[in-house]
Design a binder for this molecule. Structure first.
Ligand code: GH3
Ligand code: MG
Ligand code: MG
Ligand code: MG
Length: 309
């Protein structure tokens, strides 16, 4: 017999290794009783479960929920599950979100049709709850691993350009909904070309790697660090005032100037300059970034190794 308690413990721990946020699982089914049943099943683990009984209501909620996994019923009045799956698969934001169908129909051609519409898996509605739980959570964990793997910049271990931009965009949406403040800092290493020219490109790479590690170690778990390009990084301070973010960024800047990023060449010292903006002051991310870029330019003009607000 399956020890459900141990299983749930194990899976919850495994999930925690990959998440910054609680996983959002959505179920679309026209039967309320299915919603109640799976609500009870998923309440055993550390995930947020959301039930929708029409395709329209799920589609309307998708943008702000950003589901990490979709559980879909195939046979629905008006818009059916297959059409919903095809729609989800057209949206790159959900590339890493598995689609799992709950099926009553076991026919081969039905299964093939479901998979051809972009679904990742099928689970029979008769499957015992502990097994459904394990299947769904295993998929979720795998998807999160793959996402975290492809989201990272290989040289520095921080988020890559696309992911930091996505995180900032999502933060702007969340700020509007919850009336919170977040702060974006665009950093650029000072005179980095000189580091490469004097000590070689591979030393330059070690500096970028070390700086990435320093940035990651200096911010909260819930904040974001990304490599915007070349020797430019982005810090995203979540639920933080401009004043607090400036204090933190200046502390990191001070620390950076004292670091020996290349062990074999302790004479290599670097600093960075930055532009810092409160996201809520802008109507779009490109506007916020272009202001941060302007401030960064002013910091460079003013002599480097400083942050402008
Ligand atoms: P400034 O203070 O004005 O920013 O001067 P800078 O020398 O840092 O500015 P510039 O933009 O002229 O040079 C940036 C350098 O960063 C040039 C490029 O070779 C280097 N760079 C970009 N990406 C990488 C990388 O992945 N590894 C290494 N080693 N160098 C990189
Ligand atoms: Mg149905
Ligand atoms: Mg640069
Ligand atoms: Mg530079």
């Amino acid at each position: 017999p399956i020890n459900t308690y141990l299983l749930v413990e194990k899976i919850t721990r495994a999930l925690r290794r990959h998440i910054k946020h609680t996983y959002q699982i959505v179920l679309l089914d026209d039967q309320e009783s299915m919603g109640e049943f799976y609500q009870a099943v998923f309440s055993q683990v550390d995930v947020d479960f959301h039930f929708f009984n029409t395709a329209e209501s799920l589609i309307a909620a998708m943008e702000y929920l950003q589901p990490d996994l979709f559980l879909l019923d195939r046979v629905m009045p008006s818009v059916n599950g297959l059409e919903v799956a095809a729609m989800i698969r057209q949206d790159a934001k959900f590339d890493f979100s598995p689609i799992v169908f709950l099926t009553a129909d076991e026919q081969l051609d039905t299964k093939l049709k479901i998979l051809s519409h972009g679904a990742d898996d099928l689970i029979a509605k008769t499957t015992p709850a502990p097994l459904v739980l394990e299947q769904v959570l295993a998929r979720l964990e795998r998807a999160a691993f793959i996402k975290s793997f492809v989201s990272k910049d290989p040289l520095t271990g921080v988020l890559n350009h696309g992911q930091i931009v996505e995180a900032a965009n999502q933060q702007m949406r969340l700020n509007k909904r919850h009336d919170n403040q977040s702060v974006l800092v665009l950093l650029d290493v000072d005179r980095f070309k000189q580091v490469n020219d004097t000590y070689g490109h591979s030393s330059g790479d070690l500096v970028l790697n070390g700086l990435g590690q320093l940035l990651l170690a200096s911010v909260r778990e819930t904040d974001y660090v990304g490599r915007y390009g070349g020797e430019e990084f982005v810090l995203l301070f979540v639920n933080c005032s401009v004043e607090q973010a400036l204090i933190k960024t200046n502390a990191i800047r001070e620390k950076c100037t004292q670091m020996h990023f290349v062990q074999s060449k302790p004479e290599i010292k670097v600093s960075f300059s930055g532009g810092l903006v409160g996201l809520e002051e802008f109507s779009s991310l490109p506007k916020a970034i272009s202001e941060a870029d302007r401030l960064l330019y002013l910091a460079k003009e003013a002599g480097r190794n400083q942050i402008k607000v």
